[in-house]
Design a binder for this molecule. Structure first.
Ligand SMILES: Nc1ncnc2c1ncn2[C@@H]1O[C@H](COP(=O)(O)OP(=O)(O)O)[C@@H](O)[C@H]1O
Ligand SMILES: O=P(O)(O)O[C@H]1O[C@H](CO)[C@@H](O[C@H]2O[C@H](CO)[C@@H](O)[C@H](O)[C@H]2O)[C@H](O)[C@H]1O
Length: 473
């Protein structure tokens, strides 16, 4: 049964902009329609899978929603309410974000295990995998752009919220890396896809992977270390040596971990080159790369006035790419590499989320790129972690802030250097030998982040903006 369109559309249009994963907060929704509606579970509670076409300015984006419907909404689900339907089309009750209702998530596993097809939705199981069907999924607590459901500490199912055409690179790359025996990615168990009515590739809707229980993501670990570092007085010693200040600290010095992360990154780059190939970039490709960087700079500069004073320095830095990147081979890379994309398990670092930057086109996400782009992404992330506590709710008084800014800088520099050392020692191109290139990629990433924060988390915008002055110096 199709959900009642008109009243539901009104409710969704009010609810959508308030969601963390909605990537269009920088402009109003001009129009919203339901592209596909598929009933996955009849009854009370019921579950409908919706794909929404959201029109903003000149673009149309597709978002995925699992719509729960109940006659009574229990207290635990009230925070996820979308609204109440009066009963047209024979459907009445409370509608809410069904991803937060464990009773509704269990059928997703059963469908993947059985490789069901329901309407345009195809549920798939990785060849050889046996998916358990007795687990309920609850959303994870990590800071993220999509919604991931954790099933009993066994699986994690990422529901892609803003959809991109074709096979999602996260699925494509994880399957390819598993095939070449890469030690730094979780196993893929299954996925959900939307058949493409137009004869093209199916659209990936969700990815079911092994859940790495007991692991902590790099962002959380780094923030703990920064907090400890802000609380200490002694300067840090060389990488790997304990400092007077970190004795007894829970987070302690992060530099040895940063170095190991650099090494894991180089190993994954080697495996990506093995799985997808690597080759010299042509002059035309280098030109297109620089053109794309300048284009993004113009767009973001147009939308965010605080960026404009830095535009000449950034444009000058981009000029280095054409000459400096030429001699180095291009290959598939992670594409949106930062501390939230890496998990520290008992045995080492695992890399997640090979989706690329959410704001990029599918072609850009799949394009061969320079591996030092990922290095620059992670270097930016060390800056983010160091400065996050200075910009958010925990921001210190202006008097304390100067001293902490210097400490933040020292933390970032130490961990950036350790990461680069680990990367080069494990066989990656030495970032220190390609400083102009890395700086250009860091600028590009900072510009991307300014747009990302403006669209997704406007209160975080000061974090990348503040680092522009430092990068420009
Ligand atoms: N296989 C996994 N095991 C354990 N936790 C995971 C796993 N995959 C993702 N996570 C957690 O979910 C978070 C978000 O995952 P990610 O794939 O980066 O989603 P998004 O693209 O929405 O940001 C990660 O930072 C990590 O904390
Ligand atoms: O959702 P994704 O993980 O694919 O990536 C997007 O969201 C990230 C934030 O969740 C964003 O990363 C930025 O914030 C991080 C801290 O939350 C920081 O570690 C990164 O360095 C910074 O870029 C990422 O840019 C965006 O694509």
């Amino acid at each position: 049964m199709a959900p009642p369109d008109r009243s539901l559309v009104r409710l969704l249009a009010g609810w959508l902009p308030r969601q963390r994963w909605f990537g269009g907060k920088d402009s109003p929704i001009d129009d919203l329609s339901i592209g596909t509606a598929t009933e996955l579970l009849p009854g009370d509670p019921g579950l409908h899978h919706l794909i929404l076409d959201v029109h903003q300015n000149t673009t149309t984006d597709q978002y995925q929603v699992l719509l729960g419907i109940r006659s009574d909404l229990p207290e635990r689900l009230r925070a996820h309410a979308i609204g109440r339907l009066a009963g047209d089309n024979g459907m009445a009750g409370h509608v809410y974000d069904g991803a937060h209702d464990p009773e509704l998530t269990r059928p997703l596993l059963a469908h993947m295990a059985e490789q069901t097809t329901i309407g345009p939705l195809r549920f798939r199981c990785t060849p050889g995998a046996e998916i358990r069907t007795d687990l309920d999924g609850v959303p994870g607590t990590a800071e993220q752009s999509n919604t991931s459901l954790v099933f009993g500490g066994t699986y994690i199912c990422k529901l892609f919220r803003r959809l991109s055409p074709g096979v999602n690179p996260d699925l494509e790359v994880n399957l390819a890396l598993s095939r070449v025996g890469c030690a730094h990615v979780p196993a893929v168990h299954g996925w959900i896809e939307l058949e493409d009515g137009g004869g093209g590739d199916p659209v990936t809707l969700a990815l079911l992977s092994e859940f790495l229980s007991g692991a902590t993501d790099g962002w959380r670990l780094a923030l703990t270390s920064v907090r400890d570092w802000f609380a200490q007085t002694a300067p840090p010693g060389p990488v790997g040596t304990p400092t007077a200040g970190d004795a007894g600290n829970a987070g302690g010095d992060f530099a040895a971990e940063a170095e190991r992360l650099g090494a894991a990154t180089a190993e994954v780059h080697r495996d990506l080159a093995g799985a997808f190939g690597a080759r010299q970039a042509s002059a035309a490709e280098l030109g297109a790369l620089v053109h794309g960087m300048n284009e993004q700079l113009d767009q973001v500069g147009g939308a965010v006035p605080e960026l404009r004073p830095h535009v000449p320095a950034i444009r000058a830095a981009f000029g280095a790419v054409r000459t400096a990147a030429g001699p180095l081979p291009f290959q598939r890379v992670h594409g949106d590499y930062h501390l939230g994309q890496v998990l520290r398990t008992d045995t080492g670092w695992t890399l997640l989320d090979f989706e690329g930057e959410p704001a990029r086109t599918p072609g850009e996400r799949r394009a061969l790129a320079h591996p030092l782009r990922d290095v620059a992404g992670m270097l930016r992330s060390f800056e983010y972690a160091a400065r996050f506590l200075l910009a958010g709710d925990e921001a210190p008084s202006p008097e304390a802030s100067d001293a902490l800014e210097r400490r933040a800088q020292a933390w970032a520099e130490r961990n950036r250097a350790a990461f680069c050392d680990g990367y080069a020692a494990a066989g990656g191109p030495d970032p220190a030998a390609h400083a102009a290139l890395v700086r250009a990629f860091e600028f590009d990433k900072a510009v991307y982040e300014i747009r990302y924060e403006a669209r997704n988390r406007p209160s975080w915008l000061p974090v990348p903006l503040r680092s522009l002055a430092r990068l420009a110096s």
